[in-house]
Design a protein around this ligand. Structure first.
Ligand SMILES: NC(=O)c1ccc[n+]([C@@H]2O[C@H](COP(=O)([O-])OP(=O)(O)OC[C@H]3O[C@@H](n4cnc5c(N)ncnc54)[C@H](O)[C@@H]3O)[C@@H](O)[C@H]2O)c1
Length: 237
């Protein structure tokens, strides 16, 4: 039986790499992001691995539009089995002097509210069917403070908190909820944040995708409520 994974933020970066890992592992896909052309390209690559891939250009920060799309995806495939909450944003400036109320609201809507809405919509079906995997893509910014990232740090702490609260509530065999917390990853999100030379040695999107795919696979069936930190340099350095 083929299972279906819904990946938000699947157009590029960590979400794209995760979608391709899951396609390789035998999942069909529902791919969500802002840019349709990027989604189309990822879907084509996923189909080369034998996956069915549907794409949905939607803003996960638009609660009504996102919830409608979640319902449609769930119905179209007879139930989403795996949910990867990857879509995320940083609005700059994000320090005490420059951060705005709109920037705060938008960051919280995309990074924290959208994963909550997706879990609320999709977890009941997973529990009823006796199989489900949720992986929330948080950040080391969900574990510690960083300067000039007020809303981002707060939103990622909220996502880690959501993961822990859900793991405490959902105690069904076959259903797991976990988070990954990568350090710095070489993606569009971090382009320009440091000179290229400083980005050498950072994580690549596929380093994170490999961990997410493992959490969705059979070897992680008993891993629940884990908040997995991925170091952006050798931890023994
Ligand atoms: N890059 C890093 O250093 C890093 C580190 C830790 C955590 N993360 C987290 O990983 C996740 C992915 O980041 P990335 O670096 O791959 O970013 P990226 O910019 O390469 O890709 C982001 C993807 O998310 C989608 N997206 C963004 N806002 C959206 C919205 N409102 N609605 C729908 N889709 C939206 C984009 O369309 C794109 O497909 C984010 O949650 C980010 O916070 C990134």
């Amino acid at each position: 039986m083929r299972r279906t994974a819904l990946v938000t933020g699947a157009g590029r970066g960590i979400g794209r790499a995760t979608a391709l890992r899951l396609a390789e592992a035998g999942f069909d896909l529902a791919l969500l992001a802002l840019e349709r052309d990027e989604l189309d390209a990822v879907a084509e690559e996923a189909r080369a691995h034998g996956a069915t891939a549907r794409v949905h250009a939607v803003d996960v920060g638009d609660a009504e539009a996102f919830e409608r799309r979640l319902g449609a995806c769930d119905a179209a495939c007879g139930g989403i089995d795996v949910l990867i909450n990857d879509a995320g944003t940083i609005r700059l400036p994000d320090d005490l002097a420059g951060a705005t109320r709109d920037g705060w609201d938008r960051t919280m809507a995309v990074n924290a509210r959208a994963p909550f809405l997706a879990c609320r919509r999709l977890l009941p079906g997973m529990r009823a069917r006796g199989f489900g995997r949720v992986v929330n893509v948080a950040s080391t910014a969900g574990l510690r403070g960083l300067p000039e990232r007020l809303a981002y740090v707060a939103s990622k702490h909220a996502l880690v908190g959501l993961t822990r609260a859900l793991a405490a509530e959902v105690r069904d065999p076959g259903v797991t909820v976990n988070a990954v917390c990568p350090g710095a990853v070489r993606t569009r999100l971090t382009e320009g944040s440091r000179p290229d030379a400083d980005r050498r040695g950072w994580l690549e999107p596929d380093d994170v995708a490999a961990q997410i795919a493992w959490l969705c696979g059979p070897d992680a069936a008993r891993v629940h409520g884990a908040v997995v930190e991925l170091a952006d340099r050798d931890p023994l350095d």
